[in-house]
Design a protein around this ligand. Sequence first.
Ligand SMILES: [Zn+2]
Length: 347
Amino acid sequence: MIIDLSPIVRDQNLNDWGLVEKVVRAWRAQRDANAICYGVADNSLWYLLDEPGRRALSDWKKRGMARSVPDADADVIELAEQHSGAVVVTRDLYRAERREHPWLQGSDRFFSPVYANGNVAFKQLDMTPINESEVSMRVEARDLKPRGLTSPETKQILDSEWACSNPQCVWGGLPVIDKDPCYRDGHVLCPECGESANRVGAMSNTRQVVVFLDTGEIDRFPVPEGRTIVVGRTRGANRYDIRDVLETAKAALVSRDHLAVSNVSGSIFVEDLGSKNGTKFSHDGTTNALEPNVRQRVFQGARISIAKGALQIRQSGRKRVRARWDPDLAMPPWASPGREHVESKER
Ligand SMILES: [Zn+2]
């Protein structure tokens, strides 16, 4: 059972992890007592959860039951492809993804929870095949430029990474905003809170870092051009706090400031910051200890290991995709008069 965690937690604007636990309990009681659960969260979900919710998500990660990534949709579909016997609990019909993943058409593996009188029931999502022209329209709607970003001059805005300046915002604690920004009166704004957004670097130079434990991949985070993310046992901006994913005994092997992961013009470098237990670097079959305070370039395929191998990172080969603007499809673009005329002219 693959759970698309963000929409479930955000159901009815509750931001309540308890809904996830309810869904799991209900599925096991009603459908499959032995169901194994795996959750995929957007990186922003962490910031929407309260303390108990964060602890629960951490706990799932530590047990190899969840991961956080910039764009959950891609991972949900990938996992569903790898595990053909698994069901997917979500709110999404993945209409824009059906061309790339034709098996989605007519699939009977997608379910949504329905809440009534404190109980959870499951409704099979209607994945009835949609025709090629609707798929096209969904793809087009997904890729529509966000409001205010329609002129050619603003292309640069969409090709850049942005960070939110508001510490109270969902995106405030993250190095980049994982969605397209807004643009108003010459200012680039955070799509969530509307405060000003600061340019970070060229999106084409953003790299993704994958974090994994013995149990497998648990996190992916973007490292934008010109930025350094410190991996260690401390919380804060531009930090990856390993306490959220490691058991206490293993976390104790990691220094407060253990490893710096930097992006220099699109190349990833790591540097051991004089940590107590050091950092191992493996590439092409050889493993060496990193010399403290010396930058080492990370090549594709290299693995960096800290806490005696309990936590490893590598650079992802996956291209950076900012979760695209989410248009309001209650007013489908194909419903507007004159649209067919415009379309036939363009084709
Ligand atoms: Zn914001």
